[in-house]
Design a protein around this ligand. Sequence first.
Ligand code: HMG
Ligand code: MG
Length: 299
Amino acid sequence: SFPKQVRIVEVGPRDGLQNEPGPIIPTETKVELINRLAAAGVRHIEAASFVSPKWVPQMGDAAAVMAGINRQPGVTYSALTPNLKGIEGAIAAKASEVAVFSAASEAFTQKNINCTIAESLERFVPVIEQAQQAGIRVRGYVSTVLGCPYTGDIAPEQVAAVSRELLDMGCYEISLGDTIGKGTPLKAKKMLEAVARQIPMEKLAAHFHDTYGQALANLYAVLEEGVAVIDSSTAGLGGCPYARGASGNVATEDVLYLLEGLEIETGINLQSVVDTGHWITRELGRHNGSKVAQALGEC
Ligand code: HMG
Ligand code: MG
């Protein structure tokens, strides 16, 4: 059955901006985006990524972004940390939470973080240890849960196995990434059922990209199964640099509208997010990927 409340994890400042082509987005713009989202009532914002700037140039100012945020009480400002260098940077920058990321596909893991799935998990052991010593929670991402851009179909059991390992290593929550947005509701449901046989539903999050326009339908399917954490990106910003053709995450505005219709609470003001989406897309000279934002306009 549907949850009564959903926690939105806004990933626009990270997943949204990491893939933005063209010049490096000014640090102040990233900071303002994060501050505006917090003011709209978003309680969990993925703010930055402590990865190699050679791999993801847009995230090269992660420390400056974290330092520039006007931190609000009760808001989690999280960051991606693929290795020890990443976690050291995130702790120094006072990230309130970090995330490690692997995938259900070997080929994708190789392209994204330059190692095998097993190596990535080994690499995360000391990362999680350091985070825990610093009193910081660790989220785990599994990418390509509904398909890989290089090898196609992914067995739900493989998603379940990697998810379970991340949980056993100490991740408090597993975010299931449809990196290339290829999934459909039935597939999403079957994948979730396989994972939920290994992991309690309340520890799972849905992270769906909207490449094929299926993200909202897929979310509806997993909400019905009880998933109560959704990753989304204001104005549908984003993509993944190592997944060709991947478009942005499902738009936060569209998810909020869907949830309001289902009478599911989020604590977030939809119009404020809509305004933020119009502002950031103007700043970036980019199309607003949210249908709801286009329908509601700006206040
Ligand atoms: P590598 O080249 O194998 O690692 O990359 P390395 O240890 O040999 O390091 C290479 C260089 O990077 C060195 O610099 C390091 O110091 C530096 P050099 O000596 O050449 O000058 N370096 C770093 N610098 C800053 N921060 C760090 C860091 N680590 C190394 N943390 C590595 C391995 C993992 C570092 C690299 O592959 C990488 O950074 N990958 C990141 C890829 C990425 O960010 N992808 C997007 C995020 S995942 C995603 O979007 C999916 C998700 O949204 C879910 C979904 O949709 O499915 C989460
Ligand atoms: Mg993503």
